[in-house]
Design a protein around this ligand. Sequence first.
Ligand SMILES: Nc1ncnc2c1ncn2[C@@H]1O[C@H](COP(=O)(O)OP(=O)(O)O)[C@@H](O)[C@H]1O
Ligand SMILES: [Mg+2]
Length: 566
Amino acid sequence: MGILCVILSNFFAIYVPVFVRQGLDDAYFNSQLFGYSQSSILYKIIMFNALGFGIAIVLASVLKGVFMFFMRQTLVVASREIEYDQKNELFLKYEKLGEDFYRENYTGDLMSRITEDISNVRMYIGPAIMYFANVLFSFIMIITQMIMVNKHLAFWVIVPLPILSISIYYVSQKINLGNKKIQEQLSVITTHAQETFSGIRILKSFGAEKYFSKDFNDQGVEFQNRNLKLALVNSLFFPLMMLLVGLSTIIVLYVGGREVEKGIFTPGNLAEFVIYLNMLIWPVASLGWTTALVQKASASQKRINDFLNREEIDLQVNDNDLSFLNQIELIQVSHRYIDKNENALTDISLKISKGEIIGITGKTGSGKSTLLQLLTKQIQVQTGQITIDNQKISNLPLNAYRKMIAYVPQDVFLFSDTIEANIAFGVSEYSLEQLDEIIRITCLDKDIALFEHGKNTILGERGVSLSGGQKQRVSLARALMKNSDILILDDCLSAVDAETESRIIYNLKEVFKNKTVIITSHRVSPLQHANVINILEKGRIVESGNHEFLISFGGYYQWLYENQTS
Ligand SMILES: Nc1ncnc2c1ncn2[C@@H]1O[C@H](COP(=O)(O)OP(=O)(O)O)[C@@H](O)[C@H]1O
Ligand SMILES: [Mg+2]
């Protein structure tokens, strides 16, 4: 439909110069016929005919305009819809990609592909195709028309056009390169600013303002330089184009003028050709520009495809709920991160029965978090097996599996939303009693009471308005709200003061009663009620047993206990 509109719009546009020619020729021939002595009759005829041609020109222009409108309405609208689809497709893809992907790629890159690259592709689907179709049809139509009217003059109009087109292509290339460099510098500046402001407290406490300002300033100067370079190219672009256009016009006027003199050609013809020339200029100019757009879009689509073709972590989707009945078993599980030459976990075998509380402790870097990430299927099992009720977890649908588990990660992440929304994140239905109960369990009630808006207090970006311990407790509350069979807690009370911690642990006993819990900690207090405590060292289980057994065992746990109780 869009391309049909392009054709129709060009079809009517062609009539404008034709009517101009006819109108001028009409006046010219009539004045020769009647002579200037009969000026009153002559004026009447000319006036009358001129009015007719004038109306015809207006009509042709209006029709051209109408179809141009529909051309944009179809092609540009279609490109916007494709852009919308592509954004959603990529966003959904992002959600399905695993840890590895996010470790390899920067957030900035993910963002630029979903915004800038997709917008480049849209520029191709919309404007580039539109202008290209326009060039193609206006060329075919105008050139046919010119050749029909006057072959010789047509030649002189066409000759300079390739030069114009090629030079515009080269200048566009330069402009694009300049734009790319500006974009790159802009992303450096954005990243710098973003890091500065998210780390503003550290920056201030270290008195590093001057250093950061200087850095920012240097990057700003570079940005400015690149912009000025581009401005130079840009300001050469238009004069150059106008020069070439002016030269073509002069050639047409000169060659055509001589033919009018000789009587081969009418003045109306000359006017018609000047208009054709002007009609050809924009399409030809846009040819260089559209070529550059196509190249840009092609590079962008490649970048988008890079991500779209990535393997998704889990394709199985299952709406049936799973339930945990009996036992989770780790059989000889080992794990090594891609860029490491040492295992993060080696030969871990563990049995976790329903209803048990399993504690895990060990020094930093001993593999606690890795173990929990394997259990939650955030990272894939490489060697060995993890089964739940004798089924390999790798065969279970991810969404159903994750529904069964509530997980509190070591690194807290809060959304810039209300406290309530952060706690009830991912739970569609809950009662207020439920929420208050969980707030009480995590000892958040006193903290919330101090906020002016209570539970409806909006947490700042990344929850800056909360203390470290408060954030951890919100994160814990979020997991408890999910009310899953299995609870996995990764060092989730490390920033909570000892007194609050012991109150929470006391409260949690009630919650833990009908759940299976796996908890890691550096402190003895959250672990001592566990059925079994495992001590990890360099990725291996070196001690295992309950609290009473381990404090007399003489190993790391005993040392930890004595250190923390003395
Ligand atoms: N995403 C990762 N990529 C590479 N190595 C990692 C990654 N996460 C953890 N490690 C490494 O694995 C080991 C165990 O880390 P982790 O499981 O976080 O220990 P813990 O939770 O006991 O402090 C450490 O040596 C750590 O450097
Ligand atoms: Mg950890």
